[in-house]
Structure formats: C-alpha cells, structure tokens
Design a protein around this ligand. Sequence first.
Ligand code: HEC
Length: 208
Amino acid sequence: MKKAILSTIILLGSSSLFADTTMCFKENHQSMSTIENTALDGGLCNGKFTVNDMKAKGWNVDDIKISQSPNGMNFIYILKTATTEVSSNFTGNQAQMEANILAKLEKKKVAEEKAKVEKELKDATILAQELYTTKCQTCHGTNGEKRAYNTSRPLKDLSLEDMQESIKNYKVGNVNSMNANIMTPYANFLDHNEIKGIHAYLKSINNK
Ligand code: HEC
C-alpha cells in the first residue's frame, strides 16, 4: 500500500500540496556515498537542493526508498518539517496526504467515466440516426414530431423511460390498440441500447 501511494505521489507531482511534507527523488544515481550531496529532483528540492541543504533548512528525512534502476539506483526521499514531528501530528498529516491523493484519483476516475459514457452516447446517437432515418421516420416524422397513424404520441416528447416502456409493451403484446400490430414488428428488433440511441438522437436534433 505504501509503495503504491509513493508512486502515486510521483505521478501527481503533488508535493506542493502539503506544506509540511515534500518528496524529492534522484533517478539513476551511481553511488550511495554521494547521494546526500547531490541536488534532488521533484518537490521542494526542485533540482536545486541536496538532502543536506534540506536538513539545514529544517527538514527531516522521514523515509527513504532505494531501488535498482537500469543505470544505477533510484532514490526517493520523503521529507517533513520539524514542526510536524514535534506537534506529533504525524499520523494525521499522513492520513490527510493519503486522503488528498485518493480524492484526486477518485476525481480523475469520475471524469474518465463521464467521458466514456458521453462517447458511448455519441457513438450510439450516430448509429441511431441511421436507424431512425431508414426505419422510423416515415411514420414518426423527420424530427419525431408526427403522431404515427394519428395514434402514437410524438416520439420527441417521450422520456427515455416512456420510450423503453412502450417498446417493451409492444414486444410482449401488451398494447391493445387498433394500430399496435403496425408498430410491433419494429419494436421486436429494437434493443435497449438502440432505443437509448434513438432517444438521444431525437433529443439532439430537437434541441438545435
Ligand atoms: C409503419 C409505420 C411505423 C414505423 C416504420 C415505426 N412505427 Fe413506431 N409506431 C407506429 C404506430 C402506428 C404507433 C402507435 C401504435 C398504437 O396505436 O399503439 C407507434 C408507436 C411507437 C411508439 C410508442 C409511442 C407511444 O405513444 O408510447 C414508439 C416508442 C415507437 N413507435 C418507436 C418507433 C421506432 C423507434 C421506430 C423505428 C425503429 C418505429 N417506431 C417505426 C408506426 C410505426
């Protein structure tokens, strides 16, 4: 868990978020004996300060991770200010830091999900346009404004739920109207997603 969190910090480059915790690193460094006098990248070290500089500025090394890299070793330093230590607020800050990262990741996930749903809907709308114009519009009108055979409601006024419900009723033979047999064959080949697409398509052309 801790390792995953650390790599997350690197990804987000978020050390500036936390006043009293910063993360610095050095990739592909050759020697343990020189690392403390080598300027570190990232965080408040920012390519300028070494671990020793940071200590002089009042930072303490809280954690060091060392791993092998193709060209040497990777060093990751977690530095905290002295105030963090004396206030014994250590766990709280750590938890806060993790909570912030998780919140950020969650936000990213939600945004990705949303983009995915929007894309799916857009793709479905394009397919639905084809479907609607070739299979439905003669009876229901170019914009879904017609009452087919003077019996149906204009499709453009139906909510998605109404539309799904109506189509389902035709499929199961649950509509006792004179013209139901006209619509039933069309309802039979429509699936849930196609109805969703047609609804989105009609909505998109009527909101122009
Ligand atoms: C040949 C004409 C015709 C075609 C083509 C047709 N429909 Fe219909 N549709 C009707 C009629 C007539 C009704 C009303 C039937 C009744 O009285 O129950 C109807 C009803 C509906 C309803 C229910 C409306 C309501 O008031 O609840 C929906 C939804 C619907 N059609 C969608 C479609 C879709 C989507 C397509 C294309 C895949 C399509 N229809 C193709 C004639 C047609």
